[in-house]
Write a protein that binds this ligand. Structure first.
Ligand code: CP
Ligand code: NVA
Length: 316
């Protein structure tokens, strides 16, 4: 007999930024993801997407996002169609509008990983099926569902908790700002002055945080950023597509997550990393290994989080 709970619904047709997901919706996704994780561990089938096909267009490499989406779609009963740049060449071979309108006649959803957030939004504008952002230079919303699920598994709740992110103020920082603000967890971004998050996203997070009681901070005072944090989060210093910017290594040296930095955090603090990790750069090897169990729980939770997002989008 099935014990499956009902998927939450989302007001937004697409999953593009997290900025348009309410606290209730995000908490619903986290609870449903935890439920799907439990079902999967018990070997129970939950396949509400049978007969559906989903396009996955990736212009950047991926391990976690691609594999967890393909496995998740398979679990849900849907058929994934993986498309590389060579096939679609978004915005070059034909207009983004024409790609969106064509794919919408074949598939039931489009998952996209590319550089420019504007392209994803344009695709979503013209698509008649839900579009899911699988990472742009600006946002990584699917990652944040997994991150928050991992935090909730360890601490139970977000209220009165603080997450510190050390690194570049780009896609991960932006999505963490929105996600933490939405669930009511304080967030301190520690980053070099030339690598701060986009001010409009910090302002958006602050506006959300006013309602949820979270504190939002961006600072180059590293010790202050980490002080008392319940989670210390980091990401590669050089993101995909920025490989030529090797000068960043000098600027980011002091932002490495190491034993000394962890000494400033809460004694029970967890370490989170979206992966891939570059040991000796943004994180030292011994801190990574000490927290590897949590970091790979976080990677696993991509699967459960994205299944919850897919089920919700298909239901809404
Ligand atoms: N964290 C993440 O998105 O990993 P991949 O780039 O391997 O998908
Ligand atoms: N900031 C990284 C995140 C990878 C998941 C990148 O964009 O490459």
């Amino acid at each position: 007999m099935s014990t499956t709970a009902s998927a939450p619904t989302l007001k937004s047709k697409h999953f593009l930024t997290l900025g348009d997901v309410s606290q209730e919706e995000l908490m619903g996704l986290l609870s449903f993801a935890a439920h799907l994780k439990d079902l999967r561990k018990r070997g129970e089938v939950y396949a509400p997407l049978q007969g559906k096909s989903v396009a996955m267009y990736f212009e950047k490499p991926s391990n976690r996002t691609r594999v967890s989406f393909e496995v998740g779609l398979n679990d849900l009963g849907a058929h994934p169609i993986f498309l590389r740049k060579e096939e679609i060449n978004l915005g070059v071979r034909e207009t983004i509008a024409d790609t969106a309108r064509t794919l919408s006649r074949y598939v039931d959803s489009i998952i996209i990983r590319t550089f420019d957030q504007g392209e994803v939004e344009e695709l979503a504008h013209y698509a008649t099926v839900p579009v899911i952002n699988a990472l742009t230079d600006q946002y990584h919303p699917c990652q944040i569902v997994a991150d928050l699920l991992t935090f909730k598994e360890k601490f139970g709740d977000f209220k009165g908790k603080k997450l510190c992110y050390l690194g570049d103020g780009n896609n991960m920082a932006h999505s963490l700002l929105l996600g933490c603000a939405t669930v009511g967890m304080s967030i301190s971004i520690g980053c070099p002055p030339d690598y701060i998050p986009l001010p409009k996203i910090v302002e958006k997070a602050k506006a959300i945080a006013k309602e949820t009681g979270a504190e939002i901070e961006v600072t180059d005072r590293i010790t202050h950023a980490v002080e008392g944090a319940h989670a210390v989060y980091t990401d590669v210093w050089v993101s995909m597509g920025q490989e030529s910017t090797s000068s960043k290594y000098d600027v980011f040296q002091d932002y490495q997550v190491n034993k000394e930095i962890m000494g400033k955090a809460d004694p029970n603090a967890i370490v989170l990393h979206c992966l891939p990790a570059h040991r000796g750069e943004e994180i030292c090897g011994n801190v990574f290994e000490e927290h590897a169990e949590t970091i790979f729980d976080q990677a696993e939770n991509r699967l459960h989080g994205q299944k919850a997002v897919l089920a919700a989008l298909f239901k809404s």
